[in-house]
Design a protein around this ligand. Structure first.
Ligand SMILES: [Zn+2]
Length: 414
């Protein structure tokens, strides 16, 4: 079973567009009221009822609200329940320590609501268009850019600077035969987004960097405008359009790169990166101000510009579809380790681009060397040389036996 998302651009009529905005607005309001209740009134609620505020208690109050106000009852109840579930999950994630405290949803940023899969139906209209039936809204057309497969779990409708979109989360029954294609190690970096152990180096389009600069300029202009004015709205639209464009270009590139890798290789080995830890601010506190804060902020921006996380997500399901799998190995010292002899020496990394081992004299492009190290960390030989056991985390649900890697002397050439 593979979980996938399919996103399409909706083509609503002006009346439907008003309805979509109304649904998103009411769901946002419910989210914010429910958040306020959990944030400010949980103690009073507990002393009154002896229980904590939870999803069931809030869903019961939602029913009362719907009886009282027609404009709340005008919006699908499941959409509102899904919104309460979102809030509940946000709290669970905060309790677990994997997310920050939930914040209110904002107009223009969180215009979104969700139906359950069994409530929506789709049908094809012609070669380019299909339509989806949304309860209480009706049949809404969408630009059918690729075939929808599998069983729909839910459908999320959202607005960005380019208009309304629908994402179907689907579950696909799929059993792929084991893939016997060779393995490859991939090093993710800033100068080269992806470096393969085969010696190839791939980089996100340069246009992304230019667009990022343009967006920063637009952001600066926005901050000078008077809030609520027409010129402010225009500047905000500009920032949002640039941001949406950037994310589209980045995603497209990662789709292509991950598709290419999943077709050529059976096993892809990545280093286990914690992007959030890597992009923490260097600002420090008032008592202990950090050093090189601006430089670190610039590095963080370039790391986030690369889209490492999105690459991992796309690659994982593309490999799974073809019977391959994604493997993650610990990331420490990959840039300072020699791929030939396994010696760790920071002197070996001479510059951003060149690696020359102080121990055995092996020279290579620094990123290619790191990719080979990552590939070899997936095999036992390297673990022994480095003197510690590095466990491999297989991210597919069914863990299978690792495929044979090329021998170390092959340097990962496939
Ligand atoms: Zn060496």
């Amino acid at each position: 079973m593979i979980q996938r998302g399919y996103r399409y651009k909706l083509g609503p009529t002006p009346e439907q567009e008003d309805l979509l905005a109304q649904f998103a607005g009411v769901c946002r309001l419910i989210y914010n009221i429910a958040l306020e209740q959990r944030r400010d009134h949980w103690q009073r609620f507990r002393s009154r009822t002896g229980q904590n505020i939870s999803y069931p208690s809030q869903a019961r109050e939602l029913t009362l609200l719907r009886d009282e106000f027609d404009w709340i009852a005008a919006v699908s109840q499941t959409c509102q329940q899904q919104t309460l579930r979102d809030l509940d999950r946000a709290y669970q994630n905060w309790f677990k320590g994997i997310a920050k405290y939930p914040t209110p949803r904002k107009k223009g940023r969180n215009d979104t609501f969700r139906y359950q899969g069994r409530e929506v139906q789709t049908r094809k209209l012609n070669g380019k268009w299909s339509e989806v039936r949304l309860p209480k809204i009706g049949w809404v057309g969408y630009r059918d850019t690729r075939a929808l497969r599998g069983k729909i779990n839910n459908a999320t409708i959202s607005l960005d600077a380019k208009g309304w979109h629908i994402s179907f989360a689907v579950a696909i029954e799929h059993e792929a035969p084991a893939n016997i294609a060779p393995s490859v190690g991939v090093d993710r970096g800033v100068a080269n987004t992806l470096a393969l152990s085969t010696g190839e180096r791939l980089c996100v389009p340069e246009r992304l960097i230019k667009l990022e600069k343009r967006q920063r300029r637009a952001q600066k202009m926005l901050s000078r405008r008077k809030r609520g004015s027409r010129r402010y709205a225009k500047a905000r639209k500009r920032v949002a359009t640039l941001s949406a464009l950037r994310s589209r270009i980045r995603k497209d590139w990662h789709h292509r790169a991950s598709l290419d890798l999943s077709r050529r290789f059976g096993t892809v080995v990545l280093e286990d990166l914690k992007t959030r830890n890597m992009t923490a601010s260097a600002k420090g506190s008032a008592d202990e101000p950090g050093r090189m804060v601006r430089q670190k902020a610039g590095l963080n921006r370039s790391i986030l510009n690369q889209g490492w996380h999105i690459f991992e997500t796309l690659l994982e399901y593309k490999l799974e579809e073809r019977g391959g799998y994604l493997c993650k190995v610990p990331a420490h010292y990959t840039s300072q380790t020699c791929a030939e002899c396994g010696t760790v020496d920071r002197e070996s990394r001479q510059s951003q681009a060149s690696f020359s081992c102080k121990h055995c004299g092996h020279t290579d492009h620094a990123d290619t060397n790191a990719a080979k190290v990552i590939l070899r960390r997936n095999t036992a030989s390297m673990d022994m040389e480095e003197g510690h056991w590095l466990s491999c985390e297989v991210s597919t649900r069914k863990s299978r036996k690792a495929l044979e890697n090329p021998p170390p002397s092959g340097g990962g050439r496939c």
